[in-house]
Each structure stands twice: as structure tokens, then as C-alpha cells.
Design a protein around this ligand. Structure first.
Ligand code: 13P
Length: 256
């Protein structure tokens, strides 16, 4: 099995400004110069993609975005298309984040459509999945993750996960400071990979499965010791260059 190169991505959520974008990226470029064992990406608000693309020039840090619409063009007020994201230099596009599933009532089927639109455009979907605290306590973690993955497999086939990224983000761990333990996360990651392997071992072997939920500079290294944790999707800690760089470097070291 070919080794998977880890990917650590920062999800800035609804944070930042033009000045913040320039300053944070300058810090990241300085901190991450010469780090090659882990792919790094940032997803600022789409408002700041232009500043981010310019500031990232000459760096290996990739650009991403936090959402996309399924429509290509036309009368869809307020939406952003795959072509616009591509035109703005974004490569990794987060879809299905629990905050969008919850606040914008996005369904599994709608998110699968976004997945297909991204694949068609040659962009990389970062599909967020994960259970709520109540679902976790009811022992439904695997059922929820399987359902969220199956929506994509049913719509597009398992091969759609070739070159794609999955982020396992238990909702109870997001922004709470209460990360899943490395063993807890590994068990779910192994389940997710096994679920895909039941359809295609080759697709399962290459798919990047990130962990997300209160990852920080203190807990990242231990999470990355787990064989099925291929990086992280980082919220709060991605807003500080030094902390985010520690996480990227920890993945590079752990997966070397
Ligand atoms: P935190 O790292 O702030 O818990 O956020 C995780 C997340 O939702 C990343 O998409």
C-alpha cells in the first residue's frame, strides 16, 4: 500500500479580515518554509481568497474554501460556484461541515451533489462527517458516518473518493476543547476506511481521512501516531500561525 501524504487544513470559519489574512499567511510562510512531509492548506472566508492567493505566492501552502454551491451559474443570489473557486486559486473545498448541516439544514443528498460538482470541476472535496453527542452516547457513531459516506457512494460511486478527503469531525469535539482521544478517533477512522474498503480496497487505501475537533498544538502529535489518522481539519488553532505550524510539522514527523 502506498503511503498517504498527510494533509493538515485550517478552517478559518467566520473569522478574519484583509489585514488578518495577510498577517497570518506571512506567519505561516515563515513557520512552514522547508516543511515537505505534510500538505498544508487554509480555507479563509471566500471574501479573502484574492488576498490569500496573492499572499501565498511562492509557498507550498494550498488554498481552500469552506463551501460551494451546486449550480454552475445563473440566478442563484449569494451563491459561489466551483468555477469561481477554481478561478480564485482554491483547491480543497470543505463540504458537509456540521455547522452547515445544522444552521443551513444541508442534507446528505445535497452534500453529495456538491461532492459531484467539485469532482466535475477538478477540485478536491473535503467531506466532513461525524456524529452529535446524543448520537455518540446512543452508540450510533458508525451508523451516522456510514450514512453520510453512503450518500456520496450511492450518488456517484465509490471511485468518487479517489483523490478526495474525508474529515471525521465528531460534533461534540468541535470548538469544545474536548478532542476525541487518539484511540477513539482511530477506531472511527478505521471503521470509515473499512466501510469504503468493502466497496474498493484501492480507493480506501488512498483516501485521506482527517480528524477534526479541538485539534491543537498540544494534542496533534499523539493523534497522528494513529495509522488511519491522515492529518487534521483545524478550526480555532488554525487562526494562529505558530500553533497551526506545530500541527503541520507534527503530521510531517509522525507520517515520515
Ligand atoms: P475546532 O478545531 O475549533 O474544534 O474546529 C474544528 C472544525 O470544525 C474544523 O472544521
Amino acid at each position: 500500500m502506498a503511503a498517504r501524504k498527510p494533509l493538515v487544513m485550517g478552517n478559518w470559519k467566520l473569522n478574519g479580515s484583509k489585514a488578518f489574512t495577510k498577517e497570518l499567511i506571512a506567519g505561516l510562510k515563515a513557520e512552514l518554509a522547508g516543511v515537505s512531509g505534510c500538505d498544508a492548506a487554509i480555507a479563509p472566508p471566500v471574501m479573502y481568497l484574492a488576498e490569500a492567493e496573492a499572499a501565498l505566492a511562492g509557498s507550498a501552502i494550498a488554498l481552500g474554501a469552506q463551501n460551494v454551491d451546486v449550480n454552475v451559474q445563473g440566478a442563484f443570489t449569494g451563491d459561489i460556484s466551483t468555477a469561481m473557486l477554481k478561478d480564485s486559486g482554491a483547491k480543497y473545498i470543505i463540504i458537509g461541515h456540521s455547522e452547515r448541516r445544522t444552521y443551513h439544514k444541508e442534507s446528505d443528498e445535497f452534500i453529495a451533489k456538491k461532492f459531484g460538482a467539485l469532482k466535475e470541476a477538478g477540485l478536491v472535496p473535503v467531506l466532513c462527517i461525524g456524529e452529535s453527542e446524543a448520537e455518540n452516547e446512543a452508540g450510533k457513531t458508525e451508523e451516522v458516518c456510514a450514512r453520510q459516506i453512503d450518500a456520496v457512494i450511492n450518488a456517484l460511486g465509490v471511485d468518487a473518493f479517489n483523490g478526495a478527503v474525508i474529515a471525521y469531525e465528531p460534533i461534540w469535539a468541535i470548538g469544545t476543547g474536548k478532542s476525541a482521544t487518539p484511540a477513539q478517533a482511530q477506531a472511527v477512522h478505521a471503521f470509515i476506511r473499512g466501510h469504503i474498503a468493502a466497496k474498493s480496497q484501492a480507493v480506501a487505501d488512498q483516501v485521506i481521512i482527517q480528524y477534526g475537533g479541538s485539534v491543537n498544538d498540544a494534542n496533534a502529535a499523539e493523534l497522528f501516531t494513529q495509522p488511519d489518522i491522515d492529518g487534521a481539519l483545524v478550526g480555532g488553532a488554525s487562526l494562529k500561525a505558530a500553533a497551526f505550524a506545530v500541527i503541520v510539522k507534527a503530521a510531517a514527523v509522525a507520517k515520515a
